[in-house]
Ligand binder design. Sequence first.
Ligand code: UGA
Length: 437
Amino acid sequence: MDLSIIGSGYVGLVTGACFADVGHNVICVDNDPSKVESLQAGKVPIYEPGLEEVINRNVAAKRLRFTGSIKDGVDNSQVVFIAVPTPQAADGHVDLSFIEKVAREIAGVLSDYRVIVDKSTVPVKTGEKVAESIKRYNKHGAEFDVVSNPEFLREGCAVADLMKPDRIVIGAQSERAIDLMKKIYEPFMSPILVTDINSAELIKHAANSFLALKISYINAVSAICEASGADVEKVADGIGMDRRIGRNFLNAGIGYGGSCFPKDIAAFIKISEQLGVPFTLLKEVQRINASQKDRFLTAVRDALWVLREKKIAVWGLTFKPDTDDIRSSVAIDLVADMLKEGAHVTVYDPKGMEKAREVKEIAGATFAASALEAVEGAEALIVATEWSEFAAVDLETVKESMATPMVFDGRNLFDPQTMATLGFQYHSIGRHRVAPR
Ligand code: UGA
């Protein structure tokens, strides 16, 4: 089929590349000329495992191309996907101005029946607004249908998530649109759930909120484990073996971050308030998430007494491994907090350094060239992101390089017993403390 995707960010680019990979002809549209130019020159602006290969393969096969023109995309496709950003406004509500603008622009060039699909994360009832807007600016009175088709991919494994989704949600009200959408997704051989548009939109916010709730739940349990001497990993295993609960997203740590959970939870709270049914449980999810970072910093302060002038190494700046994304990363917040208290912080991340150098809150940090360089002379090491590169570092060398062998593991990457045997004073999240040998 002939498809176009408006917006070449994480979702748009990965979706376009994967649609092309299963045989569709795809046009990716973006209003940033420098992004379009670099994509046309074969340069992928984000780090996402496997994405560059998929893009190159499909550009070479002439199934994927990039343009700055919405008219080009709309004229040459049966289905037009909208995948533009829906950022958070200062009061927590979702800024839908990009979606509104794209809807107007599509309407302006619409000359024949098209299905307009919203893939961006939006509040419930946005589809109705998009339809109204297209109707208003539809100069030629062309027929169209609006569909909601939320995306569930995770950064770091976005290509795999898109190629093998747990489910595909199609929110639509016309059989004609549903048939076309089913045809697009046929090659993915995954379960398809057809709903009304409002339910599809709600599924996205409800799913992300539930996952964040799972993380905050286990993080709250981790505090109880620390206070009582239990082990949060064992507790997570024990409850996760119940198939009604499941073990996924029960990894305790310094809290969730990224461009989705913090924004989507705030938005869902706002939407529920606007609808007159405040979802107060989600406020507690937010509170627990913030307190997890604070509890961690308190443990660092308790051990080091004062942070001023202490040399602290931080491994990991991205909000999760296998991405270069540092948006709303708890790791960045931690570094900023410690710098404010006068610590000398040296940071290292396998992929996030370039973007982190631009963050003014951590401009006072030293940027190391490797994980080992970061720990040289350090009085404490903080593990803020669980990159596999860190798990593979020789810990004996780490210990020798450090001034005092103290490790605060915010992602439970290492085994407490092993760390104690190596002679580290080791603090992790919700697990037993073992005295160093
Ligand atoms: C999340 C959802 O998982 C995707 O399904 C959704 O499509 C996406 O948001 C989106 O709305 O676009 P993403 O933010 O890329 O995906 O990454 P996750 O793997 O969900 O991780 C989010 C945060 O939760 C990370 O900071 C991670 O470290 C943290 N996390 C995750 C935990 O602290 N514990 C866990 O057990 C799992």
